[in-house]
Design a protein. Structure first.
Length: 486
């Protein structure tokens, strides 16, 4: 309707005796629509219902404005609890956070009802995606307590699963496993396939982030079967992203590309900006691992608008990290250092030790190539410490290679040979070979070390390094680091 006609019609309506009843009727109508849509947003009709809700977004906004003006907290809570997935999926996370936070602050919303618990859960999910983990945890904890008081097992299991995912993102992997296992017990009792799939995904991510890609793959594949069975399009795409990442990390570029393309196609159909940003980030990562930096740059540039729109701090941290690698490998070291600094700052603000370890490790390589041995050593030490603390075997392997390069720079080729061997062995044990560009660097430096030592001596040192236990290799690396620093 033309704005002038709409304004005139509204004036006429305000002047009529129907005005008092009309906003309430409008709110009732769109609340009914949202409640009808809610269960469909995780099933096979997601695309249809997301389009319906997006089309009526301004009407929903009008209802929320009416709620603020009248204090109709019950209407607001019920609507917010039904709509939060729309804001998450379609990239309206800033708006979603503001509306849900405002609803929770209304005078009539303090009672510990299922409506409040649903809004707490939705707000926590959106706030978590935006990087405020502490607030998200507090909201989820209150939501869980309310569900437990109400005796709602299914909703309680969902809150436990969300707390598990939050623990994954905070690199508290044992806590994540405990919570996911607790949710799986409840979901198996209820026969809830989607809930089981979510729990398996959480366990799968925890395994992968600690370098156990074999276990992670199995868990994600089981989750994918369940997601396909119930027709959860968004869930299917989410698991395909994970499996594509695993294939990329294991050097299977074509498989990784096929999985990521399927995931992205499904997400495009849903217009899911939040997961499209993540999918593009992982596609760029697969290209980097394969050594195709031009292709990685294409995906990074494509992901940037989505990351900005959804306001994901974690997404921005990953973007800066991968962009930093691409810039360095393309010879733009000044840009690389700036991007890595920004990524590190973002991961530190998130208290994400997994991300901090990876950024510090690559930053150590950059500093070493500038002959800044002290800074490189500090980066490698902190990276190793964080990887050990979180149980990330792949992170430890990366750090050992960094320490080996430091020994090489210091002229200790015997120690270098052992550390290189330990790094390579641990890499292989995780099922993730070195990325193509890292492997090329590794092979060049191994060749130099082999030439510097007699063949028999090199072989003996390398074999000794391969036989080292992880803790032994870590101790050996740190002992040598002290000699480098002196």
């Amino acid at each position: 309707m033309l704005e002038t006609i709409r304004e005139y019609a509204l004036e006429c309506l305000r002047a009529s005796e129907d005005w008092n009843a009309t906003p309430h009727a409008h709110a009732d109508f769109f609340l009914t629509l949202a409640l009808q849509a809610e269960p469909e947003l995780t099933g096979p009709k997601q695309k249809v219902w997301l389009k319906k809700l997006e089309r009526e977004h301004d009407n929903f906004r009008a209802v929320f404005k009416w709620v603020e003006e009248t204090g109709e907290a019950d209407h607001g809570l019920r609507l917010g609890g039904a709509l939060w997935r729309l804001w998450l999926v379609r990239g309206h996370m800033i708006e979603g956070r503001e509306r849900l936070t405002a609803l929770l602050a209304l005078p009539g919303s303090a009672q510990r009802t299922r409506e409040r618990a649903k809004v707490l859960n939705g707000a926590a999910t959106i706030i978590h995606e935006m990087g405020d983990y502490s607030t998200a945890h507090s909201l989820l904890q209150e939501s869980l307590e309310i569900w437990q008081e109400l005796g709602d097992k299914k909703a309680a299991a969902a809150a436990i699963n969300n707390l598990s995912w939050l623990a994954v993102m905070c690199c508290e992997f044992e806590t994540a496993r405990t919570l996911a296992s607790e949710s799986l017990i409840l979901y198996h009792e209820l026969g809830d396939k989607r809930g089981i799939a979510v729990g398996l995904n959480n366990l799968g991510w925890a395994a992968c982030l600690q370098g156990d890609f074999i276990t992670g793959r199995s868990l994600h594949e089981n989750a994918l079967s369940l997601r396909r069975e119930i027709g959860d399009e968004r869930g299917i795409a989410f698991v395909l992203i994970a499996l594509g990442w695993i294939e990329g990390m294991q050097g299977h570029y074509e498989k990784a590309t096929a999985l990521q393309e399927e995931a992205y196609g499904r997400l495009q159909a849903l217009d899911d900006k939040q997961l499209m940003a993540i999918a593009l980030s992982y596609r760029s990562n697969a290209a980097i691992v394969h050594g195709d930096f031009d292709q990685a740059q294409v995906f990074l540039e494509k992901s940037a608008p989505f990351i900005k729109e959804v306001g994901s701090k974690w997404g921005l941290a990953i973007y800066c990290y991968t962009s930093g690698i691409v810039a360095h490998e393309q010879g733009n070291n000044a840009l690389a250092e700036a991007l890595l600094e920004e990524s590190l700052s973002l991961f530190q603000s998130l208290e994400n030790k997994w991300g901090m370890a990876y950024v510090l490790n690559f930053r150590g390589h950059v500093k070493l190539e500038k002959n800044d041995l002290d800074c490189a050593l500090a980066c490698d030490k902190e990276s190793l410490h964080l990887s050990k603390e979180t149980g990330n075997k792949l992170g430890v392997a990366n750090a050992l290679f960094g320490f080996g390069r430091l020994s090489h720079a210091a002229g200790n080729q015997h120690r270098t040979a052992r550390l290189f061997a330990a790094a390579e062995t641990l890499h292989l044990a995780t099922g993730a070979p070195m990325p193509v560009f890292v492997r090329a660097r590794f092979d060049r430096e191994v060749s130099v070390v082999r030439t510097a030592l007699e063949e028999e001596v090199f072989t003996a040192e390398y074999e000794a390094g391969k036989k080292m236990a992880v803790e032994q290799a870590v101790t050996y690396a740190l002992e040598g680091a002290e000699k480098v620093s002196r």
